[in-house]
Design a binder for this molecule. Sequence first.
Ligand code: MN
Length: 133
Amino acid sequence: MKRVPKTPTTKGPAQMFTGDVHFDVIAAGEAPSRLRVNTVRFAPGAHTAWHRHANGQTLHVTDGVGYVQARGGELITMHPGDTVHTPPGEWHWHGASPTDFMVHLAMWESLAEGQDGPETEWGEHLAEGEYPV
Ligand code: MN
């Protein structure tokens, strides 16, 4: 057993996020573990670009009001306690509502040995009108 040192909070890069987004790495398991858990904090209006995860992702909201939407899917509003799973390869975005902060845990698995990458593929930023205002 070991205590895992806190890693510095990291600002979400502008290529991947719109607005003010910060994340903390909570768990990054050493092989054979492929566990990945981040806390992600979105300021009002902040959100990801379109992206997809090779092994899917589970989001669990701990604070605020947020949105998640799959490409071509309905807009899902998320509140504290809500959990949403995006399956492997599904294009989607997530973020805060225009008027509220949103904090979620993001949980996923890194690539398996021999699995082709990337772990997360990033696409374009949301187009005009794709983010609900
Ligand atoms: Mn995602």
